[in-house]
Design a protein around this ligand. Sequence first.
Ligand code: THU
Length: 149
Amino acid sequence: MSLVPPFAPLTAAQVDLLQQRASAAAHNAYAPYSNFRVGAALLLSEVPTEPAAIISGCNVENASYRLTTCAEQNAIAAAVALHGPGIRIRAIATANLNGAACQPCGACRQTILEFSSPETVVLFPTTNGSSTQATIAELLPAGFILQHD
Ligand code: THU
């Protein structure tokens, strides 16, 4: 099912590093209500692809449950804060400490779409303990795009 576009693929080292950073971020998650600790790590386009350029986030829950923010959204917010509103996501990896197969939720897909380009890939854990990748178009084929005069 992979429709990963014909851009230079991520190297195995980049994939490993993104997954490691996502797992590290998951260890910092604040998830006392769900006990589902999630981390996300992203690599930006047009930013040097050295390890230091990877930006991560984790889920932060709240006693008023609906105020919870997801790992992917927090990583993207941190990236905007660091690099400004023009960022484009080259790749975003997610991890959780529950060993669960887990794709970004619908809201996170829409947030990723906002900062995506045709080269954006999303890496996420699958059932057998490994991971796979997909384009945002595969994960959110009819995402919302604001069109107005
Ligand atoms: N969560 C994420 O961080 N990312 C997702 O894409 C889905 C869900 C978090 C939110 C909540 O703290 C916990 O996982 C359980 O839903």
